[in-house]
Ligand binder design. Sequence first.
Ligand code: FAD
Length: 363
Amino acid sequence: MSNITVVVVVGAGVSGLTSALLLSKSKANTITVVAKHVPGDYDIEYASPWAGANVQPMATREHSRWERRTWPELKRITEEIPEAGIHFQKSHIVRRDKDISEPGKHSPLDPLFDTNPWYKDVLGGYRDLRADELTPGHQAGWEVDSLCINTAVYLPWLLGQCLKAGVVIRRGVLSHIREAKGMSHTGKPADIVVNATGLGSLRLGGVEDKTMAPARGQIVLVRNECTPMLSSSGTEDGPTEVLYIMQRAAGGGTVLGGTYDIGNWESAPDPNIALRIMKRVVDARPDITGGKGVEGLSVVRHAVGLRPYREGGVRIEEERLDDGTWIVHNYGHGGWGYQGSYGCAEAVVELVEKLRRRTDSKI
Ligand code: FAD
């Protein structure tokens, strides 16, 4: 490898852009981001714009590194950079005992509802909710400090930070990951390709990770305001339907959720599900419409996004293709791509530096 490492990042969701931004901190890298979708696009193949997005840790204690490492940076951005579109919000996490999986039957959302959660010492502001603060039908609950990202503001801001750091953004649709090698704006072949294609990794040649699946999330975005944020462990409407509320920063509206439906590819919002989402929210927080019920909600849009779920958890590792190309994977973040974005991107940087050292020592 020469003194400059030519990096091509495939994917311009929160994972690809955050990886590109952290890689750009080193003058040893020259970075091109290539993607089918970029900030500004709304498409079912592009998860990032559809997210809430807030911080509600979902990893087990053992796998908490990504979220632990991300929180301080998101907190710093919230405090120092208003134009990034993030604000602090208290979060109420409420639990029905019957929703917690039996041992060995782990659900992706369980760690959030653990009664002694690892994140209580990370986020701060932890306190048990009083009985009169609990959402009806729930046996336990607690409040923690959190934040909510207006993704319509944050993604363009993140893209802008990349541009300011000299990253070049290009459109491109790859059928095989090795094509990325020839896509650097420098005209030189890439030394390292970062794969941040999210759910695209299921079909992208050379990756074709069959453990990837969509975790369909249907939401309703409304103009009504509602704070603090709320997350419940379950609903009476079946295992794929969930209840959460998050008010976005900077007039971004309030996201009412939702669903977490693994294996469901349907891109159109289902009106019956939408009605159930709105009813659950209004039952849990009648104040959202000043007591006017579902009729009092002012809907901006009904929407569906597909979270890039991976059966064994996120994939962050290096791989060498048959033609010698080094790939660093960063995909499979399910429902926590924002709240783990800086921790995961930091691991990408570590892998890129490791590969650079390995290659240099062979010269
Ligand atoms: P994506 O955003 O899907 O980006 C993939 C990129 O790869 C795109 O640019 C795409 O065009 C590109 N690509 C794919 N295949 C190819 C190809 N063959 N050639 C070229 N380019 C390709 N996360 C949180 O942290 N907090 C939340 O509160 C939260 N709420 C959510 C609510 C909903 C309803 C949904 C749907 C998601 C939510 N998430 C949340 C999850 C979060 O949105 C995802 O984890 C995150 O956006 C994944 O980002 P990504 O960059 O890995 O993937």
